[in-house]
Ligand binder design. Sequence first.
Ligand code: PEP
Ligand code: MN
Length: 336
Amino acid sequence: MIIVLKDGADPGQVERLSEDLVEKGVKLYEIQGVSAKVIGVVGDTSLLSADVLMMNECVSKVLKVQEPYKLAGRRFNPESAVVDVNGAKIGGGEFAVMAGPCSVESEDQILSIAKDVKISGAKFLRGGAFKPRTSPYAFQGMGMEGLELLKMAREKTGLPIVTEIMSERHIDVFARDVDVIQVGARNMQNFNLLKAIGETGKTILLKRGLSSTINELLTAAEYALLRGESQVILCERGIRTFETATRNTLDLSAIPVLKEKSHLPVIADPSHGVGYWNYVSAMSLAAVAAGADGLIIEVHNCPDKALCDGAQSITPHLFEKLMKKIAKVREVITEE
Ligand code: PEP
Ligand code: MN
């Protein structure tokens, strides 16, 4: 439920109204909308009557929110969120590319890729330390050692680091050491994990589940946002369809849909979306043209030797070329 306050509403009346509402067991979020001040009401609103609320002199309008998500929805937050990670911004007109290998493999590998992607204009370094592999026999990531190497790469390049968390056991370490905590497709509906990360105040990169709907992605984001501390970046990374020519089907239409339904930044992951390096550039440009606030792209200095996702990784040289094209597409779509 959304309560729109009258212009110049008496602060004393607003406070009394807020106290009444809190007594009824709901949680309140004060939002400064484009033209008016708004109170977002979250929780069980079945006992609240719009007619009764309208009897308060300070109230101008009461709106019911039909969607199952509130804090993740644009109705609650008409203005696009700008997520700021130590000065690296994304959303609300700020565009950012996250780039790096699927997995951290060695000091040389991560430092060399980090330097290259920074020079080409990436704002964040991605790299998995704990990997959710389909096969238990596949490389599972370097774990804590990988995290240390990512920190080293951050130190050398100044790029904030994005890396996936797989277990609640690692929350404290991630909260201390990681800039953007990635929740992968396989954990999108791990609600306990989302709640726990939501308490850390860390920015979360939430990837769409392999077979999840847009509504399910937004309600998953709601779990993290309800804790009130963290910001969330949404990521379309391809979904399971009947098509086998690509690893997944990158759902480009999810980008404008998500941007309409939600104020949160929306990025696309063309690498996991298609699974083959030779389609990554085309789908990156398409996602930018569709209005994405950013991209997350797998870049490897030696894709044939990569321990994970080499087939979908582009070289630093190709990444450099792609970034130039992305800038051109951005110019066109941000033209007035
Ligand atoms: C990844 O980013 O390397 C990854 C495993 O992504 P997803 O969760 O989208 O499969
Ligand atoms: Mn990967």
